[in-house]
Design a protein around this ligand. Structure first.
Ligand code: KG4
Ligand code: ZN
Length: 350
C-alpha cells in the first residue's frame, strides 16, 4: 500500500518543474548529505570525513566507521538543509547509497534514509555507489549527456564501461583482482605514507622519474586489468631494498607505479572508445583525482579526437551530491524506488 502511494508520488514528481533530492552517502569513511536540484544543481554538499580517525590504523576500520557515521549523520543533515537554504518540507525525494561498500557503514545511511523518507512521506530511491560516481560528471558538466565510455577507478572498483544512458552501464572490462586505488593505498602503506595513500603517491610521483619496471601487463589485448601482481612486485622491490639497507627511491617508485598502473588503463579505455565508435570518455571514482591519470588520458585521447571529462576535484571522492543526482535520474527512469524493506548490500554488480 505504502509502496503504491510512493509510486503515485513519483509519477506526480515527474511533472514538477523542479525536483529537489536529498542524497545520503555512508559507504566507507565519509558521512555526506547533499541537496541537489534537477540532478545537476548542487544546493549543498556536506562531507564529514573520518580520515583523521582511521589514519592511525593505516586504513578504514569498518566498525569504527559505522559508529562514527551514527554520531555524525544528524548534524550533517542539519548542515546540509541549512546550507541549501531550504525547508525540510521542500525535499521531494531521498536518495541513499545502498551498496557497494562496508556493510555496517552502509546500514547507517540506509536506516537513516528510510526513517527520513517514511517520516516525510516522500519516495526513497536506492542508489548504487558506482553509478553515483559517474553522476559527478553530470554535475560538473551541465551539457554532458550519455552515451559514452566510462572509466571507473576507485578504492573498491576498476572497470571500463559503456555508459548507455543515465541508469545503465555495460561492463566492457574490469579488474580481475584488486582495484587500482587499493593497489596504490597498499603500496603507500609499505612506503610509510599516511592513509589514504593515493593522493600522497600522486604528489611524490610528480617529483620522481618512472625508471623502475615492476611487472608487465599480461592482459594487453583485453579490456580487463589486474593490479595485484603490480602491487606485490612493487612491495617486494621495497622489501628487497630494505633488507639490503639501501635507500628507497620513494619518488621514483611512486612515479613508476603510477605509470605501470595507469598507462594500460588509459590505452584500454581509448581503445574501447574507438571500438565502440564514441568520442567521449568520462572518468569516475576517487582515483579520478590523480594528476598523472588526468594529464595522460587527456593528452593521449586528444590524439584520437576523443574528449575526456573528469569530475570537479571536490566531487571525485565520496560525496552525497553524486548520490542525489543518481537518485534523480533513477526517479525519472522508474529505477530503485524502495520502501522500509530496503537493505544495505556490500557487493552489487555494475
Ligand atoms: O571513490 P573513493 O572515494 O572511495 C571508494 O569508493 O573506494 O576512492 C578512494 C580511493 C582511494 O584508494 C584513494 O587513495 C584514491 O581514491 N585517491 C587517489 C587520489 N585521490 C584519492 N588516488 C590517486 N591519486 C589521487 N589524487
Ligand atoms: Zn567511492
Amino acid at each position: 500500500m505504502y509502496f503504491e502511494q510512493m509510486q503515485k508520488k513519483v509519477e506526480r514528481l515527474k511533472g514538477k518543474k523542479d525536483i529537489v533530492v536529498l542524497g545520503i552517502e555512508s559507504s566507507c569513511d565519509e558521512t555526506s548529505i547533499a541537496v541537489v536540484k534537477n540532478g545537476r544543481e548542487v544546493l549543498s554538499n556536506v562531507i564529514s570525513s573520518q580520515i583523521d580517525i582511521h589514519k592511525r590504523f593505516g586504513g578504514v576500520v569498518p566498525e569504527v566507521a559505522s559508529r562514527n557515521h551514527v554520531m555524525a549523520i544528524p548534524n550533517v543533515l542539519d548542515q546540509a538543509v541549512l546550507e541549501a537554504g531550504i525547508k525540510i518540507s521542500d525535499i521531494d525525494a531521498i536518495a541513499v547509497t545502498y551498496g557497494a561498500g562496508l556493510i555496517g557503514a552502509l546500514m547507517v545511511g540506509v536506516c537513516f534514509a528510510k526513517s527520513l523518507a517514511y517520516a516525510l512521506e516522500i519516495p526513497l530511491m536506492a542508489v548504487s555507489h558506482i553509478h553515483g560516481h559517474m553522476c559527478a560528471n553530470f554535475i560538473t558538466y551541465n551539457d554532458l549527456v550519455p552515451p559514452f565510455v566510462g572509466l571507473i577507478v576507485s578504492g573498491g572498483h576498476t572497470a571500463i564501461v559503456e555508459v548507455k544512458d543515465y541508469i545503465n552501464f555495460k561492463v566492457l572490462g574490469s579488474t580481475l583482482d584488486d582495484a587500482v586505488g587499493e593497489c596504490l593505498d597498499k603500496v603507500a602503506r609499505v612506503l610509510g605514507l599516511e592513509y589514504p595513500g593515493g593522493p600522497k603517491i600522486d604528489k611524490l610521483g610528480k617529483q620522481g622519474n618512472p625508471t623502475i619496471k615492476f611487472s608487465k601487463d599480461s592482459l594487453k589485448n583485453s579490456y580487463d586489468s589486474s593490479f595485484s601482481g603490480l602491487k606485490t612486485a612493487t612491495i617486494n622491490f621495497i622489501h628487497n631494498l630494505n633488507q639490503k639497507n639501501k635507500t628507497i627511491p620513494i619518488n621514483d617508485i611512486c612515479a613508476s607505479l603510477e605509470k605501470e598502473a595507469f598507462i594500460p588503463l588509459i590505452n584500454k579505455t581509448i581503445r574501447a572508445c574507438k571500438d565502440l565508435g564514441y568520442n567521449k570518455i568520462c572518468v569516475a571514482g576517487g582515483v579520478s583525482a590523480n594528476s598523472f591519470l588526468r594529464e595522460n588520458l587527456k593528452s593521449q585521447a586528444q590524439k584520437s579526437g576523443i574528449e575526456v571529462f573528469f569530475p570537479d576535484m571536490k566531487l571525485c571522492t565520496d560525496n552525497a551530491a553524486m548520490i542525489a543526482s543518481q537518485g534523480y535520474f533513477n526517479l525519472l527512469n522508474d529505477v530503485g524506488l524502495s520502501d522500509i524493506n530496503l537493505d544495505a548490500v556490500s557487493n552489487i554488480a555494475l
